[in-house]
Design a protein around this ligand. Structure first.
Ligand code: NAD
Ligand code: UGA
Length: 453
């Protein structure tokens, strides 16, 4: 099939950057990204490129080169679907909040609604691509919804999960470790796979484009995230043992990582993994295992999340123990709100949970992050409060102060806690002998007043 127009449903952290890269690599293809959130589309179309909704190094330049040439952000979902031969679905798949599987399974409302929208507006054969992370066998449900299309056009459903990490999204998209495409073994299924292979082949070596069956593609995405998160929980569990034995976690990580069978990536101890995906994807995997009666397997993966919660609470208690033992004021400065450096995303950031735990313990918390907005920080804290309801809402207003610069924050508190590894925090080493610094990202050199993990 000759692809002239591509549509992507979902203009978020995945839809925006992935489509920008496809548009850059394929000037002859028109790529339109649509979303139900009109404000988000306006932000993507903003003349001021600092207002685009996703902060990623390198993204602004690509948007500058492609936007309104062959990359469009549009509210007209019907037109974009109607005109495109290929439709990516990159909508959110959060953990279900109510109903069967609440708190564990993925909420497929957004993906199912997208499929319904495609079914209503498609006026020709379409290749529909799952870009979102989905439970294994979701393609079956999507096919069922598409088959109810009153127009009776044909559809091929492919799974093409995304492996980019935030903060390095553009370099990950340019040089993907692999591109995974799952399709049916039928003639039309394989033709659809080939059309998508051709898109990626323009910049990804053929040897890195893996074509598999749909269920393997869907499950490989959940499995990849589970394996990555498992390494972090393994090293964070060991960080607790280091603390009581006098071993140093970075030295242990380094020694382990030298074994080429283990490798040195994803062994950095931290205040716990954050981000919108690791926790939700593992819980989704746990739910799937339970669904198929594999309780021991479910229990194994659930512990990856439990250790993450343990690490956050352990570190909040460590601060509290220090403050109590030294008779200090219950006031701290939190450096970093994003779940990792080089992103404005704070979803599931450990900063939220550690700050909330300190508020519960009666602390005043000063916060600074170079990219996360004040509103976002307050929304994050209020969201946890509304879920746990363990503190009075007034307490949040009284005890949280958000600062505009690292200087302001430093002046505010004696005890500082580094929770995100932003490069600008590395300067804290230089002059801050009058401060007590807990560096839970191990970016500072150890000193008498600097405690690392
Ligand atoms: P996001 O919340 O940033 O973006 C999703 C967008 O989809 C939102 O803007 C939302 O308004 C829109 N949307 C929802 N329903 C819609 C509909 N019916 N029609 C049109 N638009 C609709 O989410 P994200 O971080 O981009 O993640 C999307 C998917 O990709 C998830 O399944 C996630 O697990 C997966 N993923 C995310 C990352 C990441 O780094 N964020 C990486 C790999 C995979
Ligand atoms: C992760 C995966 O790395 C991507 O491959 C995947 O596509 C994505 O999830 C997804 O499905 O959403 P992301 O969450 O953006 O990407 O970022 P990571 O670099 O994986 O970091 C996740 C969290 O783990 C961060 O809080 C980070 O600080 C923490 N981390 C990472 C550690 O604590 N230690 C490490 O060694 C590495």
């Amino acid at each position: 099939m000759k692809v002239e127009k591509i549509c992507c449903i979902g203009a978020g952290y995945v839809g925006g950057p992935t489509m920008a890269v496809i548009a850059l690599k394929w000037p002859e293809i028109n790529v339109t990204v649509v979303d139900i959130d009109d404000d988000k589309i306006d932000m993507w179309n903003s003349d001021d490129l600092s207002q685009i909704p996703v902060y990623e190094p390198g993204l602004k330049d690509i948007i500058k080169q492609t936007r309104n040439k062959n990359l469009f952000f549009s509210k007209n979902i019907e037109k974009a679907i109607d005109e495109s031969q290929m439709i990516f679905m990159a909508v959110n798949t959060p953990t279900k909040q109510t109903g069967k599987g609440a708190g564990m399974a993925s909420d497929l409302t957004y993906i199912e609604n997208s499929a319904r929208t495609i079914a209503s507006f498609a006026n020709s054969h379409k290749i529909v691509i799952e870009k979102s992370t989905l439970p294994v066998r979701t393609a079956e449900k999507i096919k069922e919804i598409l088959s109810e299309s009153k127009n009776k056009f044909t559809f091929e459903v492919l799974s093409n999960p995304e492996f980019l990490a935030e903060g390095t999204a553009i370099q990950d998209l340019f040089k993907s470790d692999r591109v995974l495409i799952g399709g049916e073994s039928t003639k039309t299924g394989q033709e659809a796979v080939q059309s998508l292979v051709e898109i990626y082949e323009r910049w990804i070596p053929k040897t890195k484009i893996l074509t598999v069956n749909v269920w393997s593609a869907e499950l490989s995405k959940l499995a990849s995230n589970a394996m990555l998160a498992q390494r972090i929980s393994s090293i964070n569990a060991l960080s607790a043992l280091c603390e009581v034995t006098g071993a140093k976690i970075d030295e242990v990580s380094n020694a382990i990582g030298y074994d080429h069978r283990i490798g040195d990536k994803f062994l950095k101890a931290s205040p716990g993994f954050g981000g919108s995906c690791f926790k939700k994807d593992i819980l989704n995997l746990v739910y799937l295992c339970q669904f198929y009666g594999l309780d021991e397997v479910a229990e194994f993966w659930l512990h990856v999340v439990k250790i993450n919660d343990f690490q956050r609470e352990r570190l909040a208690k460590k601060i509290d123990n220090y403050v109590s033992a030294n008779n200090l004021n219950k006031e701290v400065g939190v450096l970093g709100w994003a779940f990792k450096k080089d992103t404005n995303d704070s979803r599931e950031s450990s900063s939220i949970h550690i700050t909330y735990s300190l508020l519960e313990k009666g602390y005043k918390v000063n916060i600074y992050d170079p990219k996360v907005s004040k509103n976002r920080i307050m929304e994050d804290i209020n969201e946890v409060r509304n879920f746990k309801k363990t503190i009075n809402p007034d307490l949040i207003i009284d005890n949280i102060i958000i600062h505009n610069s690292i200087k302001d924050l430093e002046n505010s508190s004696l005890v500082l806690i580094v929770l995100t590894e932003w490069d600008e925090f590395k300067d804290l080493n230089k002059s801050k002998e009058d401060k007590i610094i807990f560096d839970f990202r191990n970016i500072l050199e150890e000193k008498e007043n600097i405690y690392r993990l």
